[in-house]
Ligand binder design. Structure first.
Ligand SMILES: [Zn+2]
Length: 103
């Protein structure tokens, strides 16, 4: 939103939202035909892509949690507790599970 406001101020025009977006399987689709809700994504390649992405994010959250446990001062400076990071990891794992395809 802040970026949109800045663009509007700078050029005096309200930018349109993109009409198409790149998808996980590498094609461009009309924005209105896409979704970030796992249960609404019907493209198998996109589901695999999203699942892999969320597993990567979960792994990064796990590493961050381990780092926060090992370096409590860094965690305090970053305002991220190990518990927060573990919760984040669980959130990503749950999302990855929702994208899993049972073939
Ligand atoms: Zn797709």
């Amino acid at each position: 939103m802040a970026m949109r406001a800045l663009i509007t101020e700078a050029i005096g025009l309200v930018p349109d939202l993109p009409k198409t977006v790149g998808t996980g399987c590498g094609v461009r689709r009309p924005l209105a035909m896409t979704s970030t809700v796992p249960e609404r994504v019907t493209c198998l390649a996109c589901r695999d892509y999203a699942r892999a992405e969320y597993l990567t994010w979960a792994a990064m959250a796990q590493v961050a949690a381990e780092l926060a446990e090992a370096e409590p001062r860094a965690a305090i400076a970053a305002k991220a507790t190990p518990a927060d990071l573990r919760a984040e990891e669980r959130t990503y794992l749950a999302l990855a599970a929702r994208f899993e395809v049972t073939r």
